[in-house]
Structure formats: C-alpha cells, structure tokens
Design a protein around this ligand. Structure first.
Ligand SMILES: [Zn+2]
Ligand SMILES: [Zn+2]
Length: 155
C-alpha cells in the first residue's frame, strides 16, 4: 500500500475528534466534584492527542511535497491540450492555443506535476500530468484513470 497524505490527514482528523471528545467528557464532570479533580491526567492526554494531530498534519504536508514529482514522460505536451505541440528551430508551439516555449519542449522529458495515475489493461501503472493524460485517454483503451489530489488519491 502506498501511504498518501490523505491517509495521514484522515488519522489527524480522528485524533482531533478524539481530543474534542476527551475534553468534552472532562468538562461534563460537575465543578468541584471529586471526578473533576481526578481528570487532570485525562486532560493531559487530550493535550497529547492535539499535539499528535498537529504532527500528523505536518507529516501529511511533508509527504505531499515529497510526492509532487514531475511527470517525466520522455516528450513534452501542452499542459492544457496534450499532444498538440510542434517544434521547429528550437521553439515549440501548441497548435490549439498557440502558446510557445522557447526551447524544444516536445523533445524533452515532461516536467509538469503528476496529477493522474493511469492503470492500463495489463495493470501497469503510470503517473502523468494533465497534458499527458489527454493523449493517454485517446490511446489507452480500457485503462483506468485516477485523479490524484495533492499527492493523495481521492476516494
Ligand atoms: Zn495548448
Ligand atoms: Zn507530462
């Protein structure tokens, strides 16, 4: 299983919910009652849970940063239109939006961020950017396309 930031965020929100529950429970003991005086340790536990929730959120952010990898497919695309580039004299241009790049974008590995996971019929998994997924949709019959959400997989 691949650990995603979404997994960590889900755990963090459970820790937050537990923190709230423990605090609410402690507060429900009447003021001046013997229970209330004996709940100091439970209150401390709630503080630790709150700390834990914060650390889990931080870990999720770190992981998202780590997993924001470049697409890396060996040719460039227009980020919006996909396989619509033509290159000549070191300049690449999209045939659809006429955006230009002052280098041979088509001839270089793609550096757009990975936003999709594509699983073909042979169950081979490829991660790619928005532009490349357009071409893959047209070419890969029977493939599954999963949109990645900030490094995590949307359920
Ligand atoms: Zn374009
Ligand atoms: Zn790409």
């Amino acid at each position: 299983m691949t650990v995603t930031p979404a997994h960590l965020r889900a755990l963090a929100s459970r820790a937050e919910a537990l923190t709230t529950e423990v605090r609410a429970l402690c507060d429900s003991a009447p003021n001046g009652s013997p229970e209330r005086d004996h709940l100091a340790v439970a209150r401390q536990a709630a503080d630790w849970l709150a700390r834990g929730a914060e650390d889990l959120q931080r870990a999720a952010t770190d992981l998202a940063r780590l997993q924001a990898q470049p697409c890396g497919l060996p040719w460039g695309v227009c980020p919006e239109h996909g396989n619509t580039l033509s290159s000549s004299a070191g300049v690449s241009e999209c045939r659809v939006c006429h955006r230009t790049w002052n280098h041979d974008r088509l001839g270089r590995p793609c550096r757009e961020p990975v936003t999709w996971k594509v699983i073909d019929r042979a169950r081979t998994e490829t991660r790619m950017c928005d532009g490349h997924v357009l071409g893959a949709r047209a070419a890969a019959e029977g493939a599954t396309f999963i949109r990645l959400d900030q490094g995590g997989v949307r359920p």
